[in-house]
Design a protein around this ligand. Structure first.
Ligand SMILES: Cc1cc2nc3c(=O)[nH]c(=O)nc-3n(C[C@H](O)[C@H](O)[C@H](O)COP(=O)(O)O)c2cc1C
Length: 363
């Protein structure tokens, strides 16, 4: 499977999936203003190449938290992958491992975090705090025990966004158990049930649904997570420089500029518009990763030139999974790596570390 255009990839995934799961992945919240802006706003920046540079060898590697990664790509946390492919998170983990690209495993994964961890060397764990702190603590401890290298605390989901398309389709994969890999295997969650999921699936799902999000979770509660783990903690979903500053004050180790791929607050600013102010505010004190809207190598070059230290790939690899499982994920990510490599060469850049704002012009 070699698909070079994002739109072709999306169409292949559309053909491979039932319309409801496809729409679950593809759609955004509301009327998708933010989903569209995430992609469109990259065009507000143009790459202004420099020539007659030696670009015979390109170095795509980055360093984060004392570790070197061979490319700036991370696989974004995506829940409910069982609706996309029967091998779900495990296929993604195997592809990530073969590529040497870190996978960020979702709290609402289909497989359990331990099963995923067994398949991939480099992995971070994405945390949705439960409204029950005991469950949150249990997830963090399990992730640390299973060898995850960082906790990515997603902050932009105090409630599920207004997912108009899923409402229209009456489609809720959470209710099918596709997001239960971690809850159903969690000893603390199981202790709270009167009957185990194996004997009363619906009751367990309804209990999980009640506990899934924590709308009253605030900055003060972050210390709870800080206390139970020595792992670096990153906040995913930061869009305001004042929140980036606060993250530093609260001892957070990194931020991910993201609007959840336009799936949460519709009408909010695109990630690429949010990025420069956050980079300016953070001033290199902690890493800033970029997420939401990466569709080609040039997007990566723009995000890195604006000061991001790495980027998350989301929907593109999920479409690869839909089309051809583990091989599909691998093939999509390989194309993104090659595209980035060629984009750097043709922009006159030989190393990710030499990307700077000077390479871009705003139009
Ligand atoms: C189907 C789907 C499920 C997602 N599930 C999660 C999740 O469980 N946790 C999370 O932090 N983000 C989740 N996200 C958001 C992604 O991590 C990422 O922010 C988003 O896909 C980036 O937008 P893009 O794919 O358009 O580039 C999900 C995104 C999609 C498309």
């Amino acid at each position: 499977m070699t698909i070079f255009h994002y739109i072709d990839l999306e169409n292949k995934a559309r053909n491979a999936l039932h319309p409801h799961p496809f729409s679950y992945v593809q759609s955004g919240s509301g009327d998708e203003e933010t989903l569209q802006d995430n992609v469109k706003d990259f065009r507000k920046w143009k790459i202004r190449p420099r020539f007659l540079q030696d670009v015979s060898e390109r170095n795509l590697s980055i360093s984060l938290f004392g570790k070197t990664y061979k490319t700036p790509y991370f696989l974004a946390p995506v829940g409910n992958l069982g609706i996309v492919h029967p091998e779900a998170d495990l296929a993604v983990a195997r592809a990530a491992d073969r590529l040497g690209i870190p996978m960020i495993a979702s709290t609402v994964s289909t497989n359990s975090l331990e099963e995923i961890a067994a398949e991939v060397e480099d992995k971070w764990f994405q945390l949705y705090c439960s409204s029950d702190p005991e469950i949150t603590v249990s997830f963090v401890k399990r992730a640390e025990q299973a060898g995850y290298g960082a906790i990515v605390l997603t902050v932009d989901m105090p409630a599920l966004g207004w997912r108009a398309t899923d409402f229209t389709n009456q489609y809720a994969p959470f209710k099918l158990g596709a997001a239960s890999g971690n809850y159903f295997s969690d000893p603390v969650f199981r202790d709270k049930l009167t009957r185990f999921p194996e004997s009363d699936f619906n009751a367990a799902i309804s209990e999980q649904t009640k506990l899934l999000f924590a709308p009253s979770f605030t900055w003060e509660n972050i210390s709870l997570i800080r206390r139970v783990t020595k792992l670096p903690i990153l906040l995913k979903g930061i869009l305001h420089p004042a929140d980036a500053e606060k993250a530093i004050q609260y001892g957070i180790d990194g931020v991910i500029v993201s609007n959840h791929g336009g799936r949460q607050l519709d009408g909010c600013l695109s990630s690429i518009v949010a990025l420069p102010d956050i980079v300016n505010c953070v001033e290199g004190r902690i890493p800033v990763l970029f997420d939401s809207g990466i569709r080609k190598g040039a997007d990566v070059v723009k995000a890195l030139a604006l000061g991001a230290d790495g980027v998350l790939l989301g929907r593109p690899y999920v479409y690869g999974l839909a089309v051809n499982g583990e091989e599909g994920v691998k093939s999509v990510v390989e194309n993104f790596i090659k595209d980035l490599d060629v984009t750097m060469a043709t922009a006159g850049i030989s190393s990710v570390s030499s990307l700077s704002r000077d390479l871009l012009i705003k139009v």
